[in-house]
Design a binder for this molecule. Sequence first.
Ligand SMILES: Cc1cc2nc3c(=O)[nH]c(=O)nc-3n(C[C@H](O)[C@H](O)[C@H](O)COP(=O)(O)OP(=O)(O)OC[C@H]3O[C@@H](n4cnc5c(N)ncnc54)[C@H](O)[C@@H]3O)c2cc1C
Length: 496
Amino acid sequence: MTEQRVRRVVIAGGGTAGWVAAAALVKQLGPMLDITLVESDEIGTVGVGESTIPTARRFHQLLTIDERIFMRETQASFKLGIAFENWTRDGSRYFHSFGQIGRPSTWMADFHHFWLEAREKGFGGDLGDYCLELQAAAAGRFATGPDATIQHAYHLDATLYARFLRRLSEGAGVRRVEGKIARVEQDPESGFLTALALESGARIEGDLFLDCTGFRALLIEQTLGAGFEDWGHWISTDSAFAIQTRATEDAVPYTRAIAHQAGWRWKIPLQHRVGNGLVFCSEFLSPDAARQQLLDAVEGEVLTEPRLIRYKTGQRRKVWDRNCIALGLSSGFIEPLESTSIHLIQVAITRLIQTFPFSGVGEAQAERFNAQARHEMERIRDFIILHYHLNARDGPFWQRCREMSVPDTLVERLALFGEAAHAYQAADDLFRVDSWVQVLFGQGLAPRGYHQLARMMPPEELRNAFGGIRGDIAAAVQAMPRHGDFLKSYCPAGDA
Ligand SMILES: Cc1cc2nc3c(=O)[nH]c(=O)nc-3n(C[C@H](O)[C@H](O)[C@H](O)COP(=O)(O)OP(=O)(O)OC[C@H]3O[C@@H](n4cnc5c(N)ncnc54)[C@H](O)[C@@H]3O)c2cc1C
């Protein structure tokens, strides 16, 4: 514990992590803090990270961000989930939607047990028939409003998002300093960080430092050596090419994740353009071949050169070390298959605000923070491994994924679901039962049994209830406009 009071917060880095942190801190604690953000235009940002999950909405509410303005300024579109194509085998497709499946409040057991019973009786249809968000996504329709309960997230332009948050932050009093950090100064005894020395000769002193320098991890790793736990043996993709193309059609309200021989490809539709990328394992696909594969697959005019990004999957051993907290890519990285990184930035900064160490940095608090970050990352890690592990695809990359041993926590989940279709959500888990169920079924795991409670419902009653849910959802989707039309009336962005 240091007795030094915390008033001066220095944020190193101005990518999504840096500006998300700045905007949240100044909004919530502004009058009590002196916040400076240092970034280097010459170094730039990672330039990807355009698909989000619904927690982004809660975070924006915290910042009292108006959805329409935010969407206009970031060329955003709505996202209802992810379409997984070719993941079990070529030609296969399933959705992981953000919605709730069925009507759990009416059931003692999770809805999918009743669906399994209905299937056995021959009238269940697809699980997705009972999810509004999934049906709307599949139909390319969308609507929201003050009373709407539809669960949605966004696709956004990462550069415009940082710019949008920067404007909010600077407007509320955050000081931005342009320049390259040359050295990080430390107290010789405690090792606590004291200042950032810039190439220009300027020194930025602080009490608390947020490392938002991306994969460089300039403060947390290069200076403090917090350590990195490598998860590459479970998630062996290590590279991505990213490229932007002009939109050739109205945006669909979902991200596409299309498996290929050594990874997968994303397609993220914004209002003005499409973000595309190819994630791959360089052991099984060369960068040249990956680049060509991406160029061959994209549609529409290519707007940018394909850019190679190399990464390591894993977690910083301590995301909070002494008076430095890593946020964003400097804190660790799990590839973007379920678009979770921006979420992790937003929950981390929210957690910091909730227990902000005004009267000095305490060890217990740092340990708690680290434990929570670890828990979150490990659960997301398991969820991502699930997609790779349960596959029936051909080829050495997929065979290795299928045959690898997976973390015990995932082994348990697979066994529970395999035995009797039980899925669960532990406290603090990001992914709910609905998410696990959609992906477990989607990846082809057929449970050997299900809850017997489902048998107690007379078949006719079950059939009527299921027909009712399906009918309500179909009618609600039918009443929605096309997603592209809704965007044009709700938050038209015009040309970027
Ligand atoms: C291929 C790929 C796809 C992704 N897709 C998604 C997605 O769909 N959804 C999602 O949620 N997340 C995604 N992510 C993650 C997401 O991109 C990041 O979480 C997010 O952009 C935050 O990045 P950052 O701010 O930590 O780092 P960066 O954007 O790299 O920013 C680092 C900042 O530090 C500054 N900096 C570095 N060194 C110095 C120095 N010496 N001096 C001064 N300044 C310095 C840079 O100038 C920059 O401002 C993806 C990541 C990758 C690699």
